[in-house]
Structures are given as C-alpha cells and as structure tokens.
Design a protein around this ligand. Structure first.
Ligand code: ADP
Ligand code: ASP
Ligand code: MG
Length: 433
C-alpha cells in the first residue's frame, strides 16, 4: 500500500488535480491520498491558507471577512467547475465554513478549512471515501502527535477501499480543531503512512526531489537520489523547506521510506529517504536566515554552576529559544530567530541579564544566517575547509563555524545579506567538479 501526499501547488487548481488523478490511476497500490489546501498557481498568487488566515484576523478585529472569503469561494468554485462537478459540489460546505469563521471560530479553524474543503472536493472527483482528521488525529501542545492518532486513523480504513484525507490539522486533546505548523500536511502524510504501515510514503510536490540546495536560488543545485532520515531532517533544519522538519518522526521508527516526487514530472524517480547512503561527503548545502546572536562573557564563566541554565531561563521569559550554541573560553553565543525579539525591548533585556549575572560583556546583534553543509561524515571528509576557502575568496566573513554535535552538519554563520552568495559559491565548489 502506498500513501501519497500532494502539496499545495499539486492541488492548486483543476488542471493540477487532474494530474493527481492520472498519477493515482497508474498504480493501484496508491490507495490513500493526503491533500493540502490549494497553493499558489503562479508566482505572486495567494495560498488559500493565507486567505483564510486573513479572514480569521479580520473577524478578530471586528471587520467582516465577506470580501476576502469571496476570493476563497472563487478558488473552490473554479476547481469544482474545472473538475466537472459544478458549484453545488462545494457551495454548501463553503457556506458552513463562512458562517463559522464569521462567528469567531478562530485561527486554527479557519486555517484548517483550506485542506478540509479541498479534500472534500477531491474525494468527490475521485469517487473515493473522505476521512475527517478531526475525528482521529490528536495534536498536543507544541505539535506533539498523540500516539492514539495512528490507531484511530487505522480503525477508519478498510482494506481494499480508497481514501482522501485532509492534511495539516486534527484536534486538540480537548476537542477543538488544531493545526500543525505551516507546511504540516507533510506530517499528516507521515501519520497516515504509519497508521497503515504503508510500503512507501510518496510526497508529491513541485520539484523532482530534495535538491542539494534550494533550486530557486542555486544554479548548480541537483537532485539527491538517496538520503537518510537524519540528513533530510538536518537539511530542513538549516532551511531546506521541501519537507517539513517534523514529518520524519512518525515514519522513522517503523522504517517506512519516503519518496519525494514531482507532480509535474511524474516520470522522475525523485529522492528516496530512508537508509543511510554508503558514500561519505557533503550532499546538501542550505541556509537559514532571520537569525540574531547574543554573546555573553564573564571571567571564569563555567566555574559558576548552573549559570548557563539560569541565563537561558531568563532569555526564555523574553521568548528567546536558541537554535545554535557556541562555546568559547569564558563565553557563550546563542543564535536564535530574530522574530522572537520583534516586540521586546532588547536593551532592557541585555541590561537585566548583564546585571543579574554580573557579566563582563553582553552583545546582541541581528542580521545573521547559518549555512549548513549536510552529509555523512562531514567531519572526516574535510570539505568544510574548501567551503571556508570559497567564502574567503568571495569576501564572505564567517561569524562562527561549528561541527555541531551531530557529525552530519557543519554550520557556518554568515551575514544575512550574503546568505545566497554563500550557498551558491560553496555549492559550485563542492558539486561542480
Ligand atoms: P508543497 O506545497 O508541495 O508541500 P513546498 O513549497 O512546501 O511544496 O516545498 C517545495 C519547495 O521547496 C520547492 O518548490 C523549492 O523551491 C523549495 N525548496 C527549498 N529547498 C529545497 C531543496 N533543498 N530541495 C528541493 N526544494 C527545495
Ligand atoms: N496549507 C498549509 C500551509 O499552507 C499546510 C500545507 O500546505 O502543508 O501551510
Ligand atoms: Mg510543503
């Protein structure tokens, strides 16, 4: 049995959904489909999820979402008509959703309706059964999947039947609609694969696999044929957004392989994620921007037991959750997402940390990115030396370098505005022989 998840661009309009049907029709093992909300049809288009989030925001501010919801309606009506189903196939559901959003049903409810409505339409078009994820997928705090989700979902699936499942949402333990974070339909696909112990989890998108770097920005990017679960997770952690960084968890424990494929080029083999590749060396170079760095220094810092933990706890109160840590003699630097300090007085925070811990120095700087070189045995192949050499040649000054604790990723801090230059020059050096 194969579980197939189709992302936003694969189900953005009727012509894309017809491609989905063709893909399903050519393999009878493809019996479970997880779909996203309609995504962008062209560059500059708006994703339905974003439209719905705007509707919820308007209602929260006391403004009617009528006009915005009209745009949502038009997207679904176009799809229904393009699939030959007619508006009646969706108008009733649209009315229910509009009324609930207007009555203040909230952000998660509104966001989830993109997948809900699309899955309903696609199930009608395919003539497959619809499964409501609110009834079976339980999402705890911090996106934690409740393990009962797998058995709940499995109990709704009968052998020999075919199903369409909306991605991205389920319910909270207390029963309200709850969404995963953005891009979370990948997680639903993985839950479905685990629930039925699928032979493979096919994740259909708009590129022919996981590339060595984001193909939108890097000319020398190429598809990586095989990756381990760990590598794909580490690549997405440093910005490779093709597969949600939390979507590995449900399938990794039971070793279900994931195949990233292209809806627009179904003949391409894509990337298989599963076993560790034999060969050592960097396979991917990716970058994540929008970071800030806080540096603290105090003579004999590490002699004070618990000081690190106490500073982190104080930063946590201000909403800062570091993603990378670097240690020096008597000092520590933490990188964190700049959006975490958008609404806080950072001068006040730094003065407080400095005085509470009698620090000799504290410095907070914005405008960083990290570039990650991901591959098996990165520490042994020493390709990071070539990468650093290339940065020097291109006058890109690293703000930090770290092999990290994983042995799979070498992380280099760079100025945000040089992020793409860094990825491009390193990719060319490492991959174009
Ligand atoms: P979907 O809507 O199908 O889930 P996403 O937009 O979430 O698709 O992911 C696919 C996009 O991820 C691609 O169009 C590509 O621009 C981007 N991307 C970023 N990094 C990579 C990478 N290393 N390999 C492939 N795609 C990447
Ligand atoms: N529709 C949701 C989003 O835009 C989830 C997804 O597409 O995976 O983030
Ligand atoms: Mg995605």
């Amino acid at each position: 049995m194969k579980v197939c998840k189709f992302g936003g661009s694969s189900v953005a309009d009727a012509s894309q959904i017809k491609k989905v049907k063709a893909i399903l029709d050519c393999d009878k093992e493809r019996t479970i489909v997880v779909v996203s909300a309609p995504g962008k049809r062209f560059s500059g288009d708006e994703k339905v999820t974003d439209m719905l989030l705007s509707c919820a925001e308007m209602v929260q501010k006391g403004i009617s979402s009528k006009d915005k919801f009209e745009e949502v309606k038009n997207r679904y009506r176009d799809i229904a008509e393009g699939l030959g189903l007619g508006r009646d196939a969706i108008d009733g559901d649209l009315e229910i959703v509009y009324k609930k959003i207007e009555s203040g049903a909230g952000r998660d409810y509104a966001a989830s309706r993109g997948e809900h409505l699309n899955a309903k339409l696609i199930s009608k078009y395919l003539g497959w059964n619809y499964i409501e994820t609110e009834e079976c997928i339980v999402i705890g705090e911090n996106n934690k999947i409740d393990s009962e989700s797998y058995s709940n979902l499995a109990s709704l699936i009968e052998n020999g039947k075919k199903y369409v499942i909306p991605g991205f949402y389920g319910r909270s333990p207390s029963g309200e609609v709850r969404c995963f974070s953005r891009g979370g339909s990948d997680i639903t696909g993985a839950i479905a694969a685990r629930a039925v112990m699928a032979d493979i989890y096919e994740n259909w998108t708009d590129v022919s696999g996981v590339y060595s770097s984001d193909p939108r920005f890097v000319k020398s990017a190429h598809v990586i044929p095989a990756l381990s679960y760990k590598m794909v997770r580490e690549l997405s952690e440093v910005g490779a957004s093709v597969f949600h960084e939390e979507a590995i968890a449900p399938v990794v424990e039971v070793n279900i392989p994931i195949n990233i494929r292209n809806t627009n080029c179904p003949e391409d083999a894509g990337t298989i994620i599963g076993k560790e590749p034999e060969e050592k060396g960097v396979v991917g170079v990716s970058a994540k921007g929008g970071l800030s760095k806080i540096y603290v220094r105090k003579l004999m810092f590490f002699k004070e037991s618990g000081i690190r933990h106490k500073i982190l706890s104080l930063m946590h109160i201000y909403g800062i959750k570091p993603c990378y840590t670097l240690y020096g003699c008597d000092s520590i630097s933490w990188y964190f997402e700049t959006k975490q300090i958008e609404n806080i007085d950072t001068d006040e925070m730094c003065s407080r940390i400095q005085s509470e811990f009698s620090l000799d120095e504290i410095e907070l700087k914005k405008g960083f990115a990290v570039v990650g070189l991901v591959g098996k045995g990165v520490e042994e192949t020493m390709e990071y030396v070539d990468a650093l050499d290339e940065l020097r040649k291109n006058n890109i000054e690293p703000s930090s370098v770290s092999l990290g604790g994983s042995y799979t990723t070498f992380v280099i801090g760079v100025p945000e505005e040089r992020k793409l230059d860094a990825v491009n020059c390193i990719s060319e050096r490492l991959f174009i022989k």
